[in-house]
Design a protein around this ligand. Structure first.
Ligand SMILES: CSC[C@H](NC(=O)[C@H](Cc1ccccc1)NC(=O)N1CCOCC1)C(=O)N[C@@H](CC1CCCCC1)[C@@H](O)C(=O)OC(C)C
Length: 322
């Protein structure tokens, strides 16, 4: 089988994308996250006050995996925890009949405030799953064998609805060739390396190692690259109160590319103007990975591409231009 689910921006700046998922008998809107490996949902186990504005999973005690718990924390400091159930999960017509569904008993303030996100669906390797006493499979791992091809493809768009395809490559969603590279899954993520970057037409050799992460809004790379980029943006500055590089909203932003597998993967300058700030300037889509330890190729990088994540005998990543 195969299937496709829409990926709809949660707000006008594409800060995250939400996809409809049937969990048990409810339809929830989840953030598909290639940076983590838990499928967790807002649930009837939470206080009613935490559920205002959310769709949530009505737990069925008969489906509980007795004694199983989970607890996750994310790069931005948010987190959640709870109990585990085995229930039907359907994504774009692809059905996992007994998927581990992690029902929240507690979620951090960021999640309670963000009333659009009803949970996350992790698409990294199952080795990062947080369920105890026994790690559980991601949705993708659960359905892998029933998929026509062992892959999912990510088609996030700039200020528009895109999609996640499971089990097939949709030729209508990209142009030109698909360029494949081996994925480094040793740390549990979809890891890639670039051998160069370019700012406008100037290319510089450098090793950029990072992970693809649909659950991260921006593009985080090494500080020297970030400095070189904003040196080309008149009026840009590092603004600690805003938490990163900002620039006049009228600035012209150069294109940025990373060379992966010998092919330049270009991020249009337009995509690098992430959003206006409260201070009247604009916040950059490229920021420093200081403190993270590796680069994160998040939505700013992904939203101009069709990216195939293939879990064959050798895991591969395929890049094509939208
Ligand atoms: C650099 S790592 C930071 C990353 N978070 C983010 O990128 C969050 C996502 C978000 C958007 C809207 C509302 C709430 C959260 N955005 C963010 O920090 N922003 C601040 C800068 O301006 C852009 C928005 C992160 O923690 N990603 C998580 C998934 C994420 C999904 C949304 C809820 C919070 C958790 C995950 O991909 C992860 O931890 O990746 C690891 C590998 C870093």
């Amino acid at each position: 089988t195969n299937g496709s689910a829409p990926a709809v921006p949660s707000d006008q700046y594409d800060s995250l994308y939400l996809s409809p998922v049937t969990v048990g008998s409810s339809t929830l809107h989840l953030d598909f996250d290639t940076g983590s490996s838990d499928l967790w949902v807002f649930s009837s186990l939470q206080a009613q006050s935490s559920l205002v504005g959310h769709d949530y999973y009505m737990v069925d005690p008969a489906k509980e995996k007795q004694g199983y718990t989970w607890k996750i924390s994310y790069g931005d400091g948010s987190g959640a925890s709870g109990k585990v159930y085995a229930d039907k999960v359907v994504v774009g017509g692809v059905t996992a009949t007994a998927q581990a569904v992690e029902a929240a008993t507690a979620v951090s303030a960021q999640f309670t405030q963000d009333v659009d996100t009803d949970g996350l669906l992790g698409l990294a390797m199952s080795t990062l799953n947080t369920v105890k006493p026994q790690q559980q499979k991601t949705f993708f791992d659960t359905v892998l064998k029933q998929l026509a091809q062992p892959l999912f493809a990510v088609d996030l768009k700039y200020h528009a609805a895109g999609s996640y395809d499971f089990g097939f490559i949709d030729k209508s969603k990209y142009t030109g060739a698909i360029n494949y590279v081996n994925a480094d899954t040793s740390k549990g993520w979809w890891g890639v390396s670039a051998t160069a970057y370019s700012i406008g037409n100037a290319s510089t050799s450098a090793t950029v190692s990072g992970i693809l992460d649909t659950g991260t809004t921006l593009l985080y790379v090494d500080t020297p690259i970030v400095k070189a980029y904003y040196a080309k943006v008149k009026g840009s500055k590092m603004d600690n109160t805003q938490g990163g590089y900002v620039f006049p909203c009228s600035a012209t932003l150069p294109d940025f590319s990373l060379t992966i597998g010998g092919v330049k993967q270009i991020v249009p300058g337009k995509h690098i103007n992430y959003s206006p700030t409260s201070a009247g300037n604009c916040f950059g889509g490229i920021q420093t990975n200081d403190g993270i330890g590796f680069s994160i190729l998040g939505d700013i990088f992904l939203k101009s591409k069709y990216v195939i994540h293939e879990m064959g005998s050798t895991p591969r990543i395929g890049f094509a231009q939208q």
